[in-house]
Design a protein around this ligand. Structure first.
Ligand SMILES: NC(=O)c1ccc[n+]([C@@H]2O[C@H](COP(=O)([O-])OP(=O)(O)OC[C@H]3O[C@@H](n4cnc5c(N)ncnc54)[C@H](O)[C@@H]3O)[C@@H](O)[C@H]2O)c1
Length: 304
């Protein structure tokens, strides 16, 4: 089938595009290269440089009339969202509303949306957080991603667009930008390999759910046919502290470095991990890559 992947020059969606190509689909990638890189777009995908907020993007959807739109393009940094909250309103909330509207207007069968389980629920009342947990984001990023979900739900109800919303835990793996603002695993891997100083935000005991990127790509493959009109957590149901990540990466790299501690990050949820049994039931999805294997593969890829 013909699939349009937004944000496919970025970290996660480049793996999604790759998985779709491997499954025999015709893949088009649209990206404005704000944080993405042209070389991340897998061979075999057709690349269109455009902003989802532009008229060019609207024309592209009308011209391609894809069967599925997979929407990953976003301003994806919680840290940047704290300094420019209204930027997220444009890129994430308005951007996603546009993607949903153009999809519905052009006969797209299904929209798959990369949402966030880590930033949507806010500080959890309980862990693991399931999809029934109250939604009270504490960052403009989390709120803007949720606004995207709400708009997709509206277009689904009023215009018949089918959709699956995937609420990811913290993603890590090859091609995550070590120079970016998000992604502690990529940042520490890059710095440890370069012999540079790592700084841990706060005391480092904050625990998050880290999911390997190939597991996310597989959820996107399954969502082509399953998970109609559902919002599903995609995580590992276990938390790992930033201090533990630093120690694991330091061992993998073979470094003896110590880390500095900086101030905690504004808008950052302290402890969260996701209950993903709904995704197991609906998509037949479970994470397959263990934390140890994923960290090893990430370091190996960064060395190359
Ligand atoms: N990385 C994570 O841990 C994580 C967790 C939960 C959800 N997500 C979501 O997954 C998606 C991908 O995140 P990522 O970590 O791969 O980030 P990324 O920055 O690597 O990828 C985002 C891509 O979108 C592109 N983009 C940004 N604004 C655009 C616009 N207006 N028009 C066209 N392209 C635009 C960027 O150039 C980039 O290639 C995002 O929607 C993010 O909210 C990520």
């Amino acid at each position: 089938m013909r699939i349009l992947v937004t944000g496919g020059a970025g970290f996660i969606a480049s793996h999604v595009a790759e998985a779709y190509i491997a499954a025999g689909h015709e893949v088009h990638v649209v990206d404005n290269l704000a944080t993405g890189h042209r070389e991340n777009v897998p061979a075999g995908a057709e690349f269109h440089q455009a902003d989802i907020l532009s008229g060019e993007f609207e024309e592209l959807v009308a011209r391609l009339k894809p069967e599925v739109v997979n929407h990953h393009a976003a301003q994806a940094s919680v840290k940047l969202s704290a300094s420019n909250p209204l930027g997220d309103l444009d890129a994430n909330a308005r951007g996603t509303a546009r993607v949903a509207e153009f999809a519905a207007a052009n006969g797209v069968r299904k929209l798959i949306y990369a949402s966030t389980g880590g930033a949507l629920y806010g500080d959890p009342e309980y862990v693991p957080v399931d999809e029934g947990h109250p939604i009270r984001p504490i960052s403009a990023y989390g709120l803007s991603k949720y606004m995207g979900e709400l708009w997709i739900g509206l277009v689904g109800r009023t215009k018949g667009l089918d959709y699956t919303i995937l609420r990811y835990a913290n993603a890590y793996g090859p091609r995550q930008d070590p120079h970016g603002e998000a992604g502690v695993v990529a940042i520490f891997t890059g710095k440890l390999l370069a012999g540079e100083q790592c700084t841990i935000d706060g005391d480092g005991e904050q625990m998050k759910d880290y999911v390997y990127v190939s597991d996310l790509a597989r959820a996107n493959l399954l969502a082509l046919e399953l998970g109609s009109r559902r919002a599903l957590n995609i995580g590992t149901c276990s938390g790992t502290s930033v201090n533990a990540i630093f120690a694991t990466l330091r061992d993998s790299v073979g470094s003896e470095a110590t880390a500095l501690h900086g101030p905690p990050r504004p808008g950052d949820v302290r402890n969260i991990w996701l209950e993903s049994s709904l995704a197991a039931g609906v998509l037949g999805w479970k994470p397959e890559v263990s934390f140890a294997d994923g960290m090893r593969a990430t370091v190996e890829a960064a060395r190359e």
